[in-house]
Design a protein around this ligand. Structure first.
Ligand SMILES: [Zn+2]
Ligand SMILES: [Zn+2]
Length: 333
């Protein structure tokens, strides 16, 4: 990742630096929003939210009627983990927070994997997420579940908003303010520009594999259903649960200025992302499940990459840094 310039937002939170060197005028702050999402994009969003969800609803009767072949299970698992880690390790810990540095080929593979999750192109994903960290639970947070107040009704509405409602607004986070490092990166820009092709690849590759492995049209159709549609819905809702559930329920052992919480029962499914309280307390940390027994598969994958020599400068948790962030830490004199 390229180093941010003095006027660029921090890779950690998207926040502009508080001070500049004396004698240098501070560059004017870029606006929060830029342009509007095109209407056609909102139409496609509806399709990509509802069709995979309908597939999940149909999954039980399909499973009951036709069963599930091992080929479909294998294809499902491959695409689930490939795109899931693409989001958690690629888009989130690497591109958004710079928790480690990576070889260029791995950076491209991670960007491909994250884009194949169909949660939006990388620059927008990162810009929205850095904005979330900078303004967590404030008015400019794109997806706070506390937006409509703390009453039961307000919170119920807020949970739906944080989970997926916010995606449908046409306001567009300004990537030049929140992700100038990625705007300047030609590899990442390629994925931004060719999002539609990657989307089609993500949908059709499972079908092609299913067809070739079973040498049948039926194999292509069932692999499309499980490895394409059902997988997309599951990965979507797991990611979105981190934005909704993990900002309302759970434990908060570390100090943050927002309501991010650790949710143990989502840890395995979210590949470690549901240790969200620690993540907001220490956003650049490569490992979110920092306590003994807190399963964090994304951190484990980064560790394997490090052992292979593909990533370096990994920001592993540091004991004293963590202790200072604990709620029960003694206040420094
Ligand atoms: Zn959060
Ligand atoms: Zn984050």
């Amino acid at each position: 990742m390229t180093a941010s310039t003095s006027a660029a937002p921090s890779v950690v939170t998207g926040a502009a630096p508080a001070t500049t060197r004396p004698g240098r005028p501070r560059k004017p702050q870029q606006p929060l929003l830029y342009g509007r999402k095109p209407r056609i994009e909102i139409v496609f969003l509806w399709v990509f939210v509802t069709v995979p969800l309908l597939a999940v609803a149909a999954a039980v009767p399909v499973f009951w009627g036709w069963g599930l072949s091992w080929t479909d299970v294998g294809i499902y698992l491959f695409f689930h983990f490939f795109t899931g880690f693409g989001i958690t390790v690629g888009f989130h810990r690497y591109l958004t927070h710079g928790a480690f540095k990576a070889k260029r080929w791995l950076r491209i593979v991670l960007a491909l994997a994250g884009t194949m999750a169909i949660e939006g192109a990388p620059i927008r994903w990162v810009a929205d997420h850095r904005r979330h960290h900078q303004f967590a639970e404030e008015a400019d947070d794109p997806h706070s579940p506390w937006r409509f107040g703390e009453s039961v009704k307000g919170l119920a509405k807020g949970l739906v908003w944080a989970h997926m409602g916010w995606l449908f607004t046409r306001e567009n986070t300004n990537s030049r303010r929140f992700a100038p490092d990625l705007v300047a990166d030609k590899d990442i820009r390629w994925f931004q520009k060719n999002f539609v092709w990657v989307l089609l690849f993500s949908l059709l590759l499972p079908a092609a594999l299913g067809g070739l492995l079973t040498w049948s049209w039926q194999g292509a159709v069932t692999a499309y259903f499980w490895g394409g549609l059902v997988r997309i819905a599951v990965v979507h809702h797991v990611t979105w649960s981190v934005n909704s559930v993990c900002h309302v329920f759970g434990e908060r052992p570390f100090k943050t200025t927002d309501k991010a919480a650790n949710v143990w029962w989502l840890a395995l499914l979210s590949l470690g992302e549901s240790w969200h309280n620690l993540h907001h307390a220490d956003p650049t940390c490569a490992r979110h499940g920092v306590e003994k027994g807190q399963i964090d598969l994304s951190a484990r994958l980064i560790w394997l990459f490090e052992k292979a020599g593909w990533v370096w400068d990994v920001r592993w948790p540091k004991e004293d840094r963590l202790n200072a962030k604990r709620v029960d830490a003694p206040v420094a004199a």
